[in-house]
Write a protein that binds this ligand. Sequence first.
Ligand SMILES: Cc1cc2nc3c(=O)[nH]c(=O)nc-3n(C[C@H](O)[C@H](O)[C@H](O)COP(=O)(O)O)c2cc1C
Length: 178
Amino acid sequence: MKILVLAGSPHLHGTTSYLADKFSEGAQEAGNEVIRFDVAKLKVHPCTGCDHCRRNDEKCIFDDDMSQIYPRLLEADAVVLVTPLYYFGMTAQLKAVIDRFYAINSSLRKQSKKLLLIGAGGDEEDWAMSALKSHYSTVCRYLGWSEGGMVLALGAETREDVENGIYAEAAKKMGREI
Ligand SMILES: Cc1cc2nc3c(=O)[nH]c(=O)nc-3n(C[C@H](O)[C@H](O)[C@H](O)COP(=O)(O)O)c2cc1C
């Protein structure tokens, strides 16, 4: 299986990056191919809603690093969204990438893929993740993709809070069992 990991934190060695590594370890051990983009380090212009893509065969007007992501997205069997909780949602950097899915919506909606979610936040109560979970489910529903599972680490302010703990194990297991 080809798995595309879209990691949305600006911290390349932070909490969610660590959980994404654990996921990838499990997925690769199970024989899957994992391609990862740390999207906060890429140049991805926010969608401006110009609809150039609607008139030009799904071609976005912006020629930026999405050109690396689009082909990987189209060929992936599974896509993993990885994000720290930023004000109870995903990071703006990851949202910018997802908004740019818009250009190729009709192609994406013809495909059947799994969508998975890895998140982490410092809050300890599970309501903190509710908007992120709901957004994830809604995106799955809209695209017609299946929910492949989620690992949402609570009380995870820093990488040390998740290292070698239950969330690390859960992320690895999710990768192994995808
Ligand atoms: C701008 C910003 C907003 C945040 N908002 C939340 C939040 O709404 N809820 C929460 O639990 N943690 C929040 N946090 C804490 C991060 O989610 C947490 O530190 C996480 O472990 C960072 O992961 P990373 O190292 O992968 O970036 C926020 C952190 C920042 C910098």
